[in-house]
Every structure is written in structure tokens, then in C-alpha cells.
Write a protein that binds this ligand. Structure first.
Ligand code: NAD
Ligand code: IPM
Ligand code: K
Ligand code: MN
Length: 356
């Protein structure tokens, strides 16, 4: 089985290196091929998603991705910016289902900025639609306003839209995931204001007829943001659109102690997938050797489980991460008094050792 390794920019290469070491420490051996993506793709081939990189991602059985982006590319025209690489991969590979499990390892209850009793035992799953919404809707751009109070002025505009098929398929993924867990699904929308999300709510309600064993409720996104920090354990599975899911999952990351702990799987209809930490390239700490590699290592575990059919190996990695946290090792983002501060590589070393 072949894994495409796309480290990307900033801390991407540092954290992906640790995940690759963990994969190499398993009994099962995988063929891996590395290619540049994001700013690194732009530097190497003049494009954030070089043809060869896309081809590799398409032919591989799974993709392990780091992060893309750097402030220095923010002035490039949009098609050349690093972020287009991850958006392009999601779209080209039809990775419409983004699973972001927010789990609190008990050892990190004190690392969260929230009170331990609010987060202890947390185990929720955010399912974010990933190839539609205002992220991809056309038309978009900057133009002279054709009408309204500011007619004739320049205006920026994007289009929020969801086709029925897009909503149905992500709803099915969410109901099926809920069925395997606590059998509760919360669909997050903004139906009180947006046509797109009234439609979303209606379609999710219709798909619910196929899953009478799952309890469905609907929540507005502003309330959901509040409930996530007030009483996050009340959620089981959350399903929402691309933009709301982006925002809510970063908020949920802090419930786990740090954004450096939140892995993700982005899946197509046949469980082919791209696996990446939910966080970005963290240019503020890149090159310092202090980034938390655990979200990426846990993403590799998700890859083994969902795309490579190696659930036992996935369990082993997750158990090794637990062991390392129990040993008291912490990167700075999850550090608290009484624990041992380590860097990116030492954390990778510790997980590899704990696998043995
Ligand atoms: P970010 O997630 O990169 O960083 C936010 C904060 O979290 C920073 O303070 C950073 O140091 C910290 N952080 C993130 N990951 C960490 C880790 N593993 N260990 C310790 N601390 C960590 O978000 P940002 O600063 O808004 O964006 C930076 C760049 O990343 C931008 O170019 C953005 O577009 C890009 N980005 C890419 C992806 C992706 O590749 N999928 C995701 C998010 C952001
Ligand atoms: C993420 C990121 C991306 C997104 C950006 C970099 C395009 O924030 O993976 O969460 O908005 O989806
Ligand atoms: K990422
Ligand atoms: Mn994001």
C-alpha cells in the first residue's frame, strides 16, 4: 500500500517527519513517496499544487498531509497561494467528509483553558462538509456594486450554496457515524437567517427518516459555539457546513488541551482519504522544534483505520500516545507544572519507544 507524504510549509515538515517515523516503527511496512505542496510546491514548481503532487495524491491509497501557508505568500494572486493546495486536493479527490474527533486524554484535563470538570471525559466528533459552501461557491470576487445602498462602490462578494446531493451525502456520513457511537446527532446551521442553511436543515431532517435509531437535533451556529465552551460533553456528533465546521473545530480543539492535539480525516465516498492535523503551518513557531506532532501522529492512526484497513495498528499508535502523555511528556502547548517539557522530535522519539 502506498502513502503520499505531503509535508507542506512551516511546522508541516517537522510534524510529518515524526508521524512518518511512527509509521516506520510499525510491523507493517508501507511504501511512502514525498512531494512538495503549498509554498514548498510554489518554490519547487511555481504552483502550490504541482501536477506531480496531485497525480501522486490521486494514485496513492492515502495521503498524509502536514500544513500549508505562510504570511510571505499572502500577496500572491489567489490561485498561487499555498492554501489553494489543500482546497484543490479536497476538491480534486472529492474529499467531502471531514472528521475531526475532539477527544480529551485524561492526562490533559489541566492543559485545557477550560475547567477540568467541563472537559474531562470529552469525546465528540465534528463532521464538517468539506467541498461545498461559501468556500467553493461561484461567483466570487471584487467588483463594482451593481445595486444597493453602496451601488457603484467596489465590493467583495462570495456565494454560499449547497446542492441537495452535497447535503444528503454528508448527512448520511454523519448519521452512520452517530449510529456507531452515542446515537445522537446535532446539525448546526443558521437557518434563521440563511436560505442555504434552511435548505440544509430541511434535507438533514429528511435524511433522518432513514435513521430512526439516531436522535437528531438542530442548533444555530452561534449557540453551538457557546454550548461548545459551556457544556461540550452534551454533544455526541456534530454535522455542519464547510465554514461553520472550520470555525467550530478550532474552538473544539481547545477542549482537548491544544490545537496540536486535533487530528482529522477527509474522506471521499469510498473511504479514500487525506489525513492532516486540523491546525495550520504555525509560522510563529516554525523551525523552533517545539510544535506538537501528536495531532499529525493521531491523523496517521486515523489513516490506518479508515483508509488502510489496519485498525490494530491504529489502536497501537493511539495507545502509545496515551502512554507518552501518562509519562508526563509535554510539548510547550500542552505543558503544565509538574510535567516534562519536550520538543517535537523528543515527542516523536517517545511515541516510537512507547510502540515497542
Ligand atoms: P495555525 O493553526 O497555523 O496556528 C494558530 C496558533 O496555534 C499559532 O499560535 C500556532 O503556533 C499554534 N499551533 C498550531 N499548531 C500547533 C502545534 N502543532 N503545536 C503547537 N502550537 C500550534 O493558524 P494560523 O496562524 O491562523 O495560520 C497560519 C497559516 O496556516 C496560514 O497560512 C493558514 O492559511 C494556514 N492554515 C493551513 C491549514 C492546512 O494546511 N490545512 C490549516 C489552518 C491554517
Ligand atoms: C483548515 C484550514 C483551511 C480551511 C484553510 C487553510 C484553507 O483552516 O484545514 O481548517 O479553511 O479549511
Ligand atoms: K493541516
Ligand atoms: Mn481551519
Amino acid at each position: 500500500m502506498k502513502i503520499a507524504i505531503l509535508p507542506g510549509d512551516g511546522i508541516g515538515p517537522e510534524i510529518v517527519e515524526q508521524a512518518v517515523r511512527v509509521l516506520n516503527a510499525l510491523d507493517e511496512k508501507f511504501e511512502m513517496e514525498t512531494a512538495p505542496v503549498g509554498g514548498a510546491g510554489y518554490e519547487a514548481h511555481g504552483h502550490p499544487l504541482p501536477e506531480g503532487t496531485l497525480k501522486l495524491a490521486k494514485e496513492a491509497d492515502a495521503v498524509l498531509f502536514g500544513s500549508v501557508g505562510d504570511w510571505k505568500y499572502d500577496t500572491l494572486e489567489r490561485p498561487l497561494r499555498p492554501e489553494q493546495a489543500i482546497l484543490g486536493l479536497r476538491k480534486n479527490l472529492n474529499l467531502f467528509a471531514n472528521l475531526r474527533p475532539a477527544i480529551l486524554y485524561p492526562e490533559l484535563a489541566g492543559a485545557s483553558t477550560l475547567k477540568p470538570e467541563v472537559v474531562s471525559g470529552l469525546d465528540i466528533l465534528i463532521i464538517r462538509e468539506l467541498t461545498g459552501d461559501i468556500y467553493f461557491g461561484q461567483p466570487r470576487g471584487v467588483r463594482t456594486a451593481p445595486d444597493g445602498a453602496f451601488k457603484g462602490e467596489r465590493e467583495g462578494f462570495d456565494t454560499m450554496r449547497y446542492a441537495e446531493t452535497e447535503i444528503r451525502r454528508i448527512a448520511h456520513v454523519a448519521f452512520q457515524a452517530a449510529r456507531k457511537r452515542g446515537k445522537r446527532l446535532t446539525s448546526v446551521d443558521k437557518a434563521n437567517v440563511l436560505e442555504t442553511f434552511q435548505f440544509w436543515k430541511d434535507i438533514v431532517t429528511d435524511v433522518h427518516k432513514d435513521y430512526p435509531d439516531v436522535a437528531l437535533d438542530h442548533m444555530y451556529v452561534d449557540n453551538a459555539a457557546m454550548q461548545l465552551v459551556r457544556a461540550p460533553k452534551k454533544f455526541d456528533v456534530i454535522v455542519t457546513g464547510n465554514m461553520f465546521g472550520d470555525i467550530l473545530s478550532d474552538a473544539a480543539a481547545m477542549l482537548t488541551g491544544s490545537i496540536g492535539m486535533l487530528p482529522s480525516a477527509s474522506l471521499d465516498a469510498h473511504n479514500k482519504g487525506l489525513y492532516e492535523p486540523s491546525h495550520g503551518s504555525a509560522p510563529d513557531i516554525a523551525g523552533k522544534g517545539i510544535a506538537n506532532p501528536l495531532a499529525t501522529i493521531l491523523s496517521a492512526a486515523m489513516m490506518l483505520r479508515y483508509s488502510l484497513n489496519k485498525a490494530e495498528q491504529a489502536d497501537r499508535i493511539e495507545a502509545a500516545v496515551k502512554r507518552v502523555l501518562a509519562q508526563g511528556l509535554r510539548t510547550p502547548d500542552i505543558y503544565e507544572e509538574g510535567t516534562t517539557k519536550v520538543g517535537t522530535r523528543e515527542m516523536g522519539d517517545a511515541v516510537v519507544r512507547a510502540l515497542a
